[in-house]
Design a protein around this ligand. Structure first.
Ligand SMILES: Nc1nc2c(ncn2[C@@H]2O[C@H](COP(=O)(O)OP(=O)(O)OP(=O)(O)O)[C@@H](O)[C@H]2O)c(=O)[nH]1
Length: 311
């Protein structure tokens, strides 16, 4: 996908989020002067837009410093919102680094049912292929035949090899086979689907512990990454998933999906503010091209509803 098309999709995707921010602020514009009561209302509106209390507080402080006693200008307010969001997003916007030696780099992917985990694995594999990395998948979510089948269809579609077994099979065994074959075939990145389910915390921990044990025998540095896939449309619920998976699964980074057409896009900011965990990529749709690392300035402007100046 061209950069211009991605930009267009990004602004389209975040439109509901920026509209919601506007709706939450409606009624505040056009007031004679920016006073303490209005500042309180703005802060509340920003929190209601999922931006997180610290970011909302900083925006309030800037408005107070720069606009107090003056009329509230929507454009200027959105500019300040964009600038403050960018400050929160910039430190977490980190493309995935493929640097493991020896190869392959092993990436475990976890996420609750329906978060977009399978689609995200396919999109990530495609993104890495575009960067000339040799990718292989492991269908380690062996709890459901449908999950195995779905990943195989994707592997076929994007043309990557996949290691898969039967429903109820041993995921750790598949991962072992994946690393073995990956090493023999000169694979750079092994992406492992896992049965990352909140519904079964103890089961998940056991499963991941077993995978880690097996991997550790082959390469003590593996897994190199544990990525949590989050569905942005779940809003604050996505935040509690970070909390739980951080403890149980040793998450090293996030991928936020379904940012196309949700009003809850602000949750990306709340997640960055609260956890400071790397966000490797964002998903803007169901197509194979719809996942990319993100530009914090561009996303900040999309959330704030300010078109990028000069581009
Ligand atoms: N709009 C949109 N839909 C997405 C995105 N990513 C995934 N989906 C859709 O979300 C649904 C669930 O995605 P899956 O990849 O099957 O999710 P999963 O977490 O593997 O879920 P299970 O297969 O139920 O375990 C599918 O209909 C996907 O097409 C995205 O970025 N945007």
């Amino acid at each position: 996908m061209s950069e211009a098309r991605w930009h267009e999709k990004l602004f389209g995707g975040f439109r509901k989020t920026s509209d919601r921010l506007g709706e939450n602020l409606t009624g505040l514009f056009g007031k004679a002067a920016l006073d303490e009561a209005t500042l309180d209302e703005i802060e509340e509106a920003l929190i209601a837009s999922d931006l997180g209390p610290a970011t909302a507080g900083r925006i309030r402080a800037r408005l107070k410093g720069e606009m107090f006693d003056k009329g509230l200008d929507e454009r200027a307010l959105r500019e300040i919102v964009a600038q403050e969001i960018e400050k929160v997003l910039a430190p977490v916007a980190k493309p995935l680094e493929i640097e493991a030696f020896p190869r392959p780099q092993v990436i475990l992917v976890i996420g609750v049912n329906g978060s977009g985990k399978t689609t995200t694995i396919a999109k990530l594999a495609h993104l890495l292929q575009e960067q000339d990395y040799a990718v292989m998948l492991v269908a380690g979510d062996t709890f459901r035949a449908a999950a195995i089948g779905q990943l195989k269809v994707w592997a076929d579609r994007i043309g990557v090899p996949i290691i898969s077994g039967k429903e109820g099979g041993d995921a750790a065994g598949l991962v072992f086979e994946g690393v073995k074959q990956g090493t023999e075939k000169g694979i750079d990145v092994l992406i492992v689907d896992t049965a990352g389910r909140l519904q079964n915390k103890a089961g998940l921990m056991d499963e991941l512990a077993k995978i880690r044990r097996v991997l550790g025998r082959l390469n003590p540095a593996a897994p190199h990454d544990v990525l949590l896939v989050l569905d942005a449309t779940t809003g604050q619920n996505a935040l509690s998933q970070i909390e739980i998976f951080k403890e149980t699964a040793g998450v090293t980074g996030l991928i936020m999906t379904k940012l196309d057409g949700t009003a809850r896009g602000g949750v990306l900011v709340a997640a960055a503010e609260r956890y400071g965990m790397p966000v490797h990529a964002i998903g803007l749709g169901e197509g194979v091209d719809d996942l990319k690392p993100f530009d914090p300035a561009e996303v900040a402007r999309a959330i704030a509803g300010v078109e990028r100046i000069g581009k």
